[in-house]
Ligand binder design. Structure first.
Ligand code: GLA
Length: 393
């Protein structure tokens, strides 16, 4: 007869094995999200704290019907300012602008889109709404019950309760809470690039992490953030992306077509998340065209998941390259100067030794086969984006 102690030990071993394999399944599920950079819409850049359930429903409907969903935009994310107080049991409640979060999630899912929310590891969000501090597991369960598919987790007031060396654990805590719900939820870290987050973001479950402070709807700030990403490329890949903040295309002063194309081209070359930040119910065909250009989006969504980098810079003229899964190279000729400029790329600078076929991605035009280099006139604050393929013999 076996000693009862042995039975007890066997039982606990089995339980441990079962728990770790369940955690493994959850982890495998989580790692299947964001295999290409997430695409969607977020309320912050245009609506800030004025966002309401009706606005989010209208944005979701617009995204589903205006060609954006068909082009790959799938997440509808509420940013800050949806939270109310906690109930007597500590469950987070939305505020009066969001009377029915589950109903909203169901509506978004009925459009075959995904639903995202926002919180903070601290007691308050950046706009001083209720954060998740000491309610992480409970909040994760609430999100899963609503049907949340994406969480942006913003550091904000966390320094009031955590020291800098506790930052990673604070993010990990919410990741574990999300995992334990069993629901695949994209985990978006937002702490503005502190402590070189790109070095440890994946180890705390981050699918993306902000690499900068906040963007604003003007060329100078957008370009400053976008072009300073050079050097971070080795930290990005399927399931884990650098996030230079959301799109401002169509917002504020970012409505000139060359400037809009610059943000779109650069973000796609960076394999950055593409979260539109404008009012999708009220945009002109130019902005919609920039957001939905399929050949440009394909650069962002390339399955190889390589982030591009700068190859040459002459003052305000920058040439960037991104290696694609099919062996082709996407090259961006970016003109940050105040006047038009003729720019050139030598194919050898992007690793092509010999002739290449050139395709203009914004114009959807084959430009022919060129021997060693390509040159073009690039408008002020604009870009020429080409894809180079080596001709097959
Ligand atoms: C921070 C973030 C922004 C936005 C606001 C909301 O500033 O960086 O992206 O989420 O908080 O308050």
């Amino acid at each position: 007869m076996r000693h009862p102690k042995i039975d007890e030990m066997l039982r606990s071993c089995l339980l441990v094995l079962l728990a770790s394999s369940l955690a493994g399944v959850a982890r495998a599920q989580a790692s299947r999200v964001a295999l290409t950079p997430p695409m969607g819409w977020n309320s912050w850049n245009h609506f800030h704290c004025g966002v309401t359930e009706d606005i989010v429903r209208a944005q979701a409907h617009a995204m589903a019907t205006n060609g954006m969903k068909a082009a790959g935009y799938l997440y509808v994310n509420i940013d800050d300012c949806w939270q109310g107080d906690r109930d007597a049991e500590g469950n987070i409640q939305p505020n009066s602008k969001f009377p029915d979060m589950k109903g909203l999630a169901d509506y978004i899912h009925s459009l075959d889109l995904n639903f995202g929310v926002y919180s903070s590891p601290g007691p308050k969000t950046c706009a001083r709404y209720t954060g998740s501090y000491q309610h992480e597991v409970q909040d994760a369960k609430t999100y899963a019950a609503w049907g949340v598919d994406y969480l942006k987790y913003d550091w904000c007031s966390a320094p009031q309760v955590y020291s800098p060396d506790q930052m990673q654990a604070a993010y990990r805590k919410m990741y574990d809470a999300l995992l334990s719900t069993g629901r695949p939820i994209v985990f978006s870290l937002c702490q503005y690039g502190l402590q070189q987050v790109w070095r440890w973001g994946p180890s705390v479950g981050g699918n993306l992490w902000r690499t900068s402070g906040d963007i604003s709807p003007d060329y100078t700030r957008m370009a400053f953030i976008g072009f300073e990403q050079n050097g971070l490329q080795k930290y990005a890949g399927p399931g884990h992306w650098n996030d230079p903040d959301m799109l401002e295309i169509g917002n504020g002063k970012l409505t000139n077509i060359n400037e809009e194309r610059t943000q779109m081209s650069l973000w796609c070359m960076l394999a950055a998340p593409l979260l539109a930040g404008n009012d999708l119910t009220n945009m002109d065909s130019q902005t919609l065209g920039v957001l939905t250009n399929r050949e440009v989006i394909a650069v962002d969504q390339d399955p190889r998941g390589v982030e591009g980098h700068r190859v040459t810079q002459e003052g305000p003229l920058e040439v960037w390259v991104k290696a694609m899964a099919d062996g082709s190279k996407v090259v961006g000729l970016f003109n940050r100067s105040v006047g038009d400029a003729v720019m050139e790329v030598n194919f050898s600078d992007v690793g092509i030794y010999g002739p290449a076929k050139v395709r203009d991605l914004w114009e959807h035009k084959d430009l022919g086969t060129m021997d060693r280099s390509f040159s073009a006139s690039v408008p002020r604050h604009g870009v020429v984006l080409i894809r180079l393929s080596v001709p097959q013999p």
